[in-house]
Ligand binder design. Structure first.
Ligand code: IDP
Ligand code: MG
Length: 136
């Protein structure tokens, strides 16, 4: 049985702003991910609110949506065996301070909000998030 999975990755504004997008893409490639599609875009705050709707009751929701829409991002469809979990592992903990050595957030994250990358947290959400960015 094949468990090749697709997941949505976003290189967030703090990383794109520091020109880290190519470097981070190389980490995904070296770690065995295929980048099936990618686009560099800037989204509206209203779109960020839709994307992060699961967090709408959180105290940081407004800042989070302002932040994600504050500058260009790179959205990618990544594919690998166990891709959803493998991407979460490679990203590291939400707070870069807690992220393990060798993870993207440990290496590049600035703070809990400016943590350089987003990754889908389940196969179901990966499908929803991929559609959000790549459905025509
Ligand atoms: P994740 O990105 O590791 O899946 P989530 O809990 O889904 O983490 O939170 C989404 C994003 O919201 C995080 O990546 C981070 O940028 C931001 N965030 C999460 N918790 C906090 C917080 O306590 N303060 C500020 N921002 C937060
Ligand atoms: Mg999450």
């Amino acid at each position: 049985m094949s468990n090749i999975e697709q997941t949505l990755s976003i290189i967030k504004p703090d990383a794109v702003e520091r020109n880290l997008d190519n470097e981070i893409k190389q980490i995904f490639i070296r770690s065995g991910f295929n980048i099936l599609k990618e686009k560099k875009i800037q989204i509206e705050k209203s779109e960020a609110e839709k994307f992060y709707k699961v967090h709408e009751t959180k105290p940081f929701y407004n800042d989070l949506c302002s932040y994600l829409s504050s500058g260009p991002i790179v959205a990618m469809i990544l594919e690998k065996k166990n891709g959803v979990a493998e991407n979460r592992k490679l990203m590291g903990a939400t707070n870069p301070k807690d992220a393990e050595d060798g993870t993207i957030r440990k290496k590049y994250g600035i703070s809990i909000d400016k943590n350089s990358v987003h990754g889908s947290d389940s196969i179901e959400n990966a499908k929803i998030e991929i559609d959000f960015f790549f459905k025509d």
